[in-house]
Design a protein around this ligand. Structure first.
Ligand code: HXC
Length: 262
């Protein structure tokens, strides 16, 4: 019997709960192949459409988040294959369609496509044993799932060049100092920490959470003026929601808000 490429679990006990996706190719250090990325994409879309889910966490195991795209598969590809089948674009970028927050909980190796997958998530919580890198240069290629674009926005040009051109790894402390990860926790507390952050998000107003994510992405992906105009329009539009009325009324009444998700 073949092992499933991803494992999914539902956590929490509120009205909206957290979906946890575990990458499951432990023998290959969770190297990401096509079938796995298709399955992950399908799971992500299903969770995004499910009103009972408020947040998604993607993780690997204690040894590897993912040690990259599957080199054994890629070794057989030629130019016409990757070009004509839109390698990466066709299934990896499904993650970017998800409107709910997606947290990467990273322990062990997050290399190449693994680091890029983590960077496609909304934020990264790292275990103290996490190691990040873009070692593709050592294979005679370059990062191909956004690494040359997202890494400099996260950690700046100099450190990106250092990592991309030498292929070296950085540990969790360096990654946090550089701004790639939002927090570091002991490896055995990683999932608890990610699920606690997710539970907080699940208890908030889903529409404002999704739109806050869209605004931060606008800043991350585009120019300042466009981003501020976009933010202002979204901000104004949230005054049409019941959750805005409820959130502000609850604050002024010194009580907990009862969000209705609309
Ligand atoms: C396929 C991989 C793999 C990968 C590890 N394995 N990484 N298989 N693709 N990316 C396999 C190994 O071949 C080995 O299989 C098993 O996992 C355990 O790995 P070891 O090397 O024995 O483990 P270790 O000595 O602990 O070294 C860990 C490591 C090393 C430093 C992470 O495995 C490594 O350098 N891996 C490659 C990292 C990399 O270059 N990633 C970028 C890939 S390119 P066997 O059968 O021997 O037990 C990429 C392109 C991105 O990601 C662009 C598009 C997304």
């Amino acid at each position: 019997m073949t092992e499933p490429l991803i494992l999914t679990e539902i956590h929490g006990d509120g009205e909206r709960r957290t979906a946890l996706i575990r990458i499951n190719r432990p023998k290959q250090l969770n190297a990401l192949n096509d079938a796995l990325m298709v399955e992950m994409g399908q799971a992500l879309i299903a969770f995004d459409r499910d009103d009972a889910i408020g947040c998604i966490v993607i993780t690997g195991n204690e040894k590897a988040f993912a040690a990259g795209a599957d080199i054994a598969a890629m070794a057989k590809y030629d130019y016409m294959h990757v070009h004509q089948t839109e390698y990466i674009t066709r299934n990896w970028e499904t993650l970017l369609q998800v409107r709910k927050p997606v947290i990467a909980a990273v322990a062990g190796f997050a290399l190449g496509g693994g680091c890029e997958l983590a960077m496609m998530c909304d934020f990264i919580i790292a275990a103290d044993n996490a190691k990040f890198g873009q070692p593709e240069i050592k294979l005679g290629v370059i990062p191909g799932a956004g690494g040359t674009q997202r890494l400099p926005r996260a950690v700046g040009k100099s450190k990106t060049m250092d990592l991309v051109l030498t292929g070296r790894m950085m540990d969790a402390t360096e990654a946090e100092r550089a701004g790639l990860v939002s927090r570091i926790v002991a490896a055995d507390k990683l999932i608890d920490e990610a699920l606690s952050a997710a539970a907080i998000i699940c208890g908030l107003s889903g529409p404002s959470v999704a739109l806050a994510k869209a605004c931060v992405n606008k800043s991350f992906e585009g120019g300042l003026r466009d981003g501020i105009d976009y933010e202002r329009r979204i901000f104004h539009s949230l005054f049409a929601t019941e959750d805005q009325k409820e959130g502000m009324d609850a604050f002024l009444s010194k009580r907990a808000p009862q969000f209705k998700q609309r």
